[in-house]
Design a protein around this ligand. Structure first.
Ligand code: NAD
Length: 678
């Protein structure tokens, strides 16, 4: 039973009891229904109080049943709500703690509501690409003003109960959560003889003339959620509440809910919801795995990455030492950190006091002896094995036993790095993304010998510094950059065949990326990938690349920083302007190499690039570099701007079907540079 029944005098109390948040799974819905029927049948019961155990009234749908048949199995939520609203005895919702989604819809269907302060009231379905599908959009505007309804339903905003206490939502409100039940029973006794029993559905909508408000909301949402239908649909059904009867409104709500439920966007958002919860599960690590205490951190290298990495820890209140071999680089790094924090103060994101406190937590040092007591040391020096070798040999010599030795390498073999120490079990990869203080993704690289407790400790730490960590195995580029290499390669092959950078970028932006590959490259600096290609041409001489990126860099077109890259830029303006010089460079290069030119559709551009990601992702999975397909999606969603409404490259491939993907890849492999698909 996922709900309990108690009798207090003439009042039946039904307590929803499905920890942790009293989700309305099948057994809970059945139990509420059964207890309701029993209470209605009993002669000694005159009114019913519905409440939740522990810290929640109900958090809505049960995520354990997400996507299973149980979600909509009988009794479904609308039928339970109908039974409550049509009950012949008054039902009082005693709202405690979390009251969200289906939980709030349940409370709205009750005849009276009493709440304590501190409750969280929300209809967050829109965050999963849905809208409240059990009457929420039709009942809420009968109890709350329209602006609040719009915000709660189309933005999914959470409201504290005390901020709604003056509204018609509550028939009773108490400050002290401890006396909620007794107050609810008192209210139930008082209402037990009042007939007819009030129904929310029979109330008029509070405010009817709101077309301007709806239009204003639509304008904002069209911009904010360009690729998602749900927010606008929320407005449509709210507006329907002002135009139609309750029953007609419910019909419209249900139709819109069903359409969204079957739509690709909601499927993608629900996939992400599940993926985000799965990503923290690490093979060989469980709740019993011991963890090491990490209080003091050291970073080696005060360059672009080292400085950003150090900021993460200082911002989390942890002392950090930065060691750099070059005193000027060290000073520059420390200065860059202060400038970054100062910029946040100027933007109003930090107070001056926070800025000073964080800076005071960061200390520059030049001797290894000074960092010997750090619990974790993260190396972020030049990407050369010989330099890494020197650093890790020094760390092995000085660091206290049990210290975690991490590398931020992007491409080098972590197992090789671990072999430079006498403690490979303590060596791990912590691959931050640039800018390291801002990017949410962290790839945790598990070496052959990395101890489970080192992994568990770093996974815990990632939460402290507010990163989403994905565990990857050792290979060139790990998950993210290994896939990116295929994506950017295909992007430049498209130029060889006659696309312009702007055509490729626009196709990807219409697919949902904030920026296409060439605009991204101009922003990051084309010289970075140039340096990587130079190194790979030595380590992997048979790998096929387009020479276009190299030709671009040979002309000094490094991107925004040189006002010239794949596009032209005016000083102080980041707007990408199509470049005649680049168009000529591409044309001459194609002519010289005899590449056949053709018109390429946007669909082909998207498929070439996205399937390149998914195809490499599939290999990564097969090689055991990622634990699950959804982890790969998380990497792309959190670290590479993959559009959320597409769910990630792997999910996208599953949605269109791997058969379709494979047929497309087969066709690509017969075309220009086709061997790169093998
Ligand atoms: P960088 O050139 O900006 O900084 C490297 C710093 O290391 C310099 O300040 C240098 O003085 C210092 N250094 C060099 N040898 C040293 C030694 N033996 N002891 C102490 N300090 C030493 O480089 P970066 O871009 O910050 O990259 C650092 C690492 O992070 C590389 O492994 C790189 O692959 C990786 N990484 C870079 C990015 C990025 O976008 N830049 C992203 C992820 C990972």
């Amino acid at each position: 039973m996922s709900a309990l029944l108690e009798i207090h005098g003439a009042i039946a109390v039904i307590r929803i009891d499905n920890p942790p948040v009293n989700g309305l799974g099948l057994s809970t819905r059945s139990a509420i229904n059964e207890h309701l029927q029993e209470s209605l049948n009993r002669q000694d019961v005159s009114a019913i109080v519905l409440t939740g155990t522990a810290k929640a009234f109900s958090g809505g749908a049960d995520i354990k049943e997400f996507g299973t048949e149980k979600t909509f199995a009988s009794p479904n939520l609308p039928s339970v709500l109908e039974a409550i609203e049509n009950a012949k005895k008054p039902v009082i919702a005693a709202i405690n703690g979390v009251c969200m989604g289906g939980g709030l819809e349940l409370a709205l269907a009750c005849h009276y509501r009493i709440a304590s302060s501190g409750c969280q009231i929300a209809l967050p379905e829109v965050k999963l690409g849905l809208l409240p599908g059990a009457g929420g959009t039709q009942r809420l505007p009968r109890l709350l003003d329209m602006s609040t309804c719009i915000d709660m339903i189309s933005n999914g905003s959470i409201y504290l109960s005390e901020n709604l206490r003056q509204s018609a939502l509550f028939d009773g409100f108490i400050d002290d959560a401890g006396s909620l039940l007794s107050s609810a029973i008192e209210l139930a006794n008082a209402k037990s003889s009042i007939y007819p029993i009030p129904k929310t559905s029979l109330r008029p909508v509070l405010e009817l003339n709101h077309s301007a408000l709806f239009e204003e909301a639509r304008t904002v949402l069209r911009k904010k959620s360009a690729f998602l239908p749900a927010p606008i649909n929320c407005i449509d059904v709210l507006e329907a509440a002002t135009q139609y009867t309750f029953d007609e409104g419910i019909k419209k709500e249900r139709e819109a809910f069903q359409t969204l439920l079957n739509g690709a966007e909601s499927k993608a958002l629900r996939h992400i919801f599940v993926a985000e919860r799965a990503v923290g599960k690490i093979d060989g690590v469980n709740a019993d795995t011991p963890t090491r205490t990490i209080k003091q951190v050291a970073v080696i290298g005060a360059g672009t990455m080292g400085a950003g990495i150090a900021m993460n820890f200082a911002s989390a209140g942890m002392p950090v030492q930065i060691l750099d071999a070059d005193s000027e680089c060290l000073a520059r790094g420390l200065q860059r950190i202060r400038q970054n924090y100062e910029a946040s103060v100027a933007k109003g994101r930090l107070t001056q006091e926070q800025c000073d406190r964080y800076c005071a937590l960061i200390h520059g040092v030049q001797e290894y002896e000074e960092i010997r007591n750090a619990d974790l040391v993260i190396e972020a020096v030049f990407e050369q094995m010989s330099v890494k070798e020197r650093v890790f040999k020094s760390l092995d010599r000085v660091m206290k036993p049990g210290a975690i030795l991490a590398s931020n390498t992007s491409t080098l073999d972590l197992d090789q790095i671990a072999r430079y120490t006498s403690r490979p079990q303590d060596v791990i990869g912590l691959h931050f993304f640039s800018p390291a203080n801002a990017m949410e993704l962290l790839e945790i690289v598990r070496g052959k010998s990395t101890a489970p407790e080192v992994l568990a400790s770093c996974a815990n730490l990632s939460k402290k510094i507010k990163k989403t960590a994905v565990v990857a195995g050792v290979c060139d580029g790990f998950i993210g950059n290994r896939m990116l290499a295929q994506y950017t390669k295909q992007a430049s092959f498209l130029l060889e065949e006659g696309c312009t950078p702007q055509q490729v970028d626009l196709a990807m932006e219409n697919f949902g990326f904030a920026m296409g590959p060439f605009r991204v490259s101009d922003l990051a600096g084309n010289d970075i990938s140039w340096a990587i290609r130079k190194a790979r041409r030595i380590s992997k001489p048979n790998e096929i690349y387009s020479d276009l990126g190299d030709l671009l860099c040979e002309q000094g077109r490094f991107g925004q920083k040189t006002q010239a890259g794949w596009y032209d830029y005016q000083v102080g303006d980041r707007t990408a302007q199509p470049s005649t010089a680049v168009a000529n460079m591409i044309r001459d290069y194609a002519q010289k190499n005899g590449f056949k030119q053709r018109l390429i559709s946007d669909q082909e551009i998207v498929e070439r690039l996205v399937f390149a990601l998914a195809n490499e992702g599939r290999k990564i999975l097969k090689d055991g570099i990622a634990a699950r397909s959804s982890d790969i999606d998380i990497v792309y969603l959190k670290g590479y701007g993959f559009p959320k409404h597409r769910g990630g490259p792997m999910f996208y491939a599953e949605l269109v079907g791997w058969e379709y993907v494979d047929a497309a890849i087969d066709a690509f492999s017969k075309g220009h540079r086709g061997s790169t698909w093998k």
